[in-house]
Design a protein around this ligand. Structure first.
Ligand SMILES: Cc1cc2nc3c(=O)[nH]c(=O)nc-3n(C[C@H](O)[C@H](O)[C@H](O)COP(=O)(O)OP(=O)(O)OC[C@H]3O[C@@H](n4cnc5c(N)ncnc54)[C@H](O)[C@@H]3O)c2cc1C
Length: 476
């Protein structure tokens, strides 16, 4: 008999306790031995990994674990904590205080006042009052055991599809590699309900499942992941490079892969921030769809992500209003999605339309929009709005260390002209490799790179290609 769970691979604290029903002999296998076993013994690796993954999914589905979240489902912070735990594959049980009868009694049991909500209770005795993501990470020991002094072969910044691919290839090819992620693995793809054009998944795969599998795969090869840790700068004056964070600490590596992707543009509406997480969302996954079943929702944007969100939400919402600024979807969206939108009886496509205002108290209650051609204004009761209006690159943290185009996307390889390289003081006689930036040994992949094509497959491809050039740089 064997037991165990995904945390055995990551080396994090165990989520559950197991008790034998009869007198038993227990053989404990250390993490290093287990990792070496799953890397070398294919049949056992299949059995263990499948059992671990399925066990974790079951714990998540049944909310069994060491965390209880008390909060209101209308609260922005409750949503943030739920999203953070879900995207980090942490099982938790949720007590919705809007529905719970005896709220005060419940709060008294944990000695918390109503103003400290939401509250996260860990192992029945640690009470975190409206914790930020870093506090949750520290409490759960997500980043424990990561040696911060050690100089690594490769550090990857960002664990979206591009970063996850780089870490899987890097670790499987024997590099000493760490990935640093500001939030949770999966990146933008992790917010997609279903990716249908990624090779090998004819029935589609949710971004969350794709990221979860990639993350487990990376751990199988011994890679480490640091989460809820935003890189704030790169000390690029000397090598090894030092990745800088908020406080004094830094992480050193001989090569760096920048895979920090992009994030959605924000709607130019005055009180937007009041409703972010409380009616305005940037991803359309199972988590959001549960909150707006049977209601009217709005999706803004004309790209593939907006199309996917509209089709996905139409399965649970009463009506989906899809608002597009231009007068056609043809230039921005894949044909298969346009067809599905046209064929969905409860999706209303509104072209030439822009949001003019949002209203509500502590949650979004209504949305107003205007047709730019007819000037007609319409206001509707809407409790959920999905904003998907293009993206800006996450490259500002590099503070000019690498050459970027006018929009901030990082230039690489042959996109770097002789003048660009001279301005950046490129020190080598060779030209930058494919995907290499204006700093030797620093690569940029995926949506943060100038000229990227905004696809999961291309991000994954670039992440894997960069690793082959990392080997060359390390050998120089
Ligand atoms: C809703 C939605 C649906 C989509 N559907 C499809 C689809 O069906 N098919 C398809 O091919 N593509 C799809 N895309 C596009 C695809 O998801 C992206 O092209 C892909 O995710 C890009 O991957 P990436 O790794 O380059 O960047 P991202 O996915 O943006 O990941 C970047 C990661 O870096 C982290 N990060 C950023 N800054 C820092 C920092 N300073 N320090 C540490 N970490 C940082 C972020 O938290 C993030 O996790 C979709 C996108 C969205 C949003």
């Amino acid at each position: 008999m064997f037991t165990g769970e995904l945390n055995l691979l990551s080396g994090r604290r165990s989520l559950i306790r197991i008790r034998t029903a009869a007198q038993s002999e227990l053989i404990e296998i250390e993490r290093e031995a287990l990792i070496s076993l799953v890397q070398t013994h294919s049949a056992l690796s299949d059995i263990f990994l499948q059992a671990y993954i399925l066990r974790r999914l079951e714990l998540i589905a049944r909310g069994i674990g060491d965390l209880i979240l008390l909060g209101s489902s209308h609260s922005l912070d409750t949503f943030r904590i739920k999203e953070f735990l879900t995207r980090n594959y942490q099982p938790y049980s949720f007590v919705d205080l809007d529905r719970e009868g005896d709220v005060q009694n419940l709060l008294d049991r944990f000695h918390v006042g109503i103003r400290y909500l939401p509250v996260l209770i860990y192992r029945r005795n640690v009470v975190l009052r409206n914790p930020n993501n870093e506090e949750i990470t520290n409490c759960l020991g997500f980043n424990e055991g990561i040696d911060e002094e050690h100089v690594r072969d490769l550090i990857i910044v960002g664990a979206g599809p591009a970063g996850l691919a780089a870490v899987v290839y890097g670790a499987s090819e024997g590099l000493d590699v760490l990935v640093v992620e500001g939030n949770a693995p999966g990146g933008q793809a992790g917010t997609s309900s279903k990716i249908e054009n990624y090779l090998g998944f004819p029935t589609g795969i949710s971004g969350q499942a794709l990221a979860g599998n990639a993350y487990t795969q990376a751990q199988k090869f011994g890679a480490q992941l640091m989460i809820a840790k935003n890189a704030r700068g790169l000390n690029c004056q000397r090598r090894p490079y030092i990745l800088k964070f908020d406080r004094q600490e830094g992480l050193s590596a001989r090569t760096i892969v920048i895979a920090t992707g992009a994030q959605y543009r924000r709607l130019p509406v005055q009180n937007l921030s009041r409703f972010e997480g409380a009616g305005v969302y940037y991803g359309a996954t199972h988590l959001e769809s549960q909150m707006c079943g049977g209601e009217d929702v709005v999706v803004v944007g004309g790209g593939n992500s907006a199309g996917q969100a509209a089709v996905f939400m139409s399965q649970t919402a009463r009506r989906v209003y899809m608002l597009v600024r231009s007068d056609t979807l043809a230039q921005t969206m894949s044909r298969y999605l346009i067809r599905r939108i046209e064929e969905s009886p409860n999706i209303t496509l509104l072209i030439n339309t822009e949001i003019t205002s949002l209203a509500g108290n502590d949650h979004l209650e209504s949305v107003e929009w205007r047709n730019s051609k007819t000037r007609e204004v319409e206001k509707r009761t809407i409790t959920a709005l999905f904003s998907m209006i293009g993206a800006v690159p996450n490259s500002a943290w590099l503070q000019g260390c690498v050459d970027c185009d006018a929009a901030g996307f990082i230039k690489t390889g042959s996109d770097l002209s002789i003048e660009n390289l001279e301005r950046a003081h490129w020190p080598l006689s060779r030209c930058p490799y494919l995907l290499e930036t204006s700093l030797p040994g620093v690569f940029a992949v995926g949506d943060v790179r100038a000229g990227n094509v905004k696809r999961v497959a291309s991000a994954v491809g670039e992440g894997s290609i960069a690793v082959s050039f990392v080997h060359q740089v390390l050998a120089e």
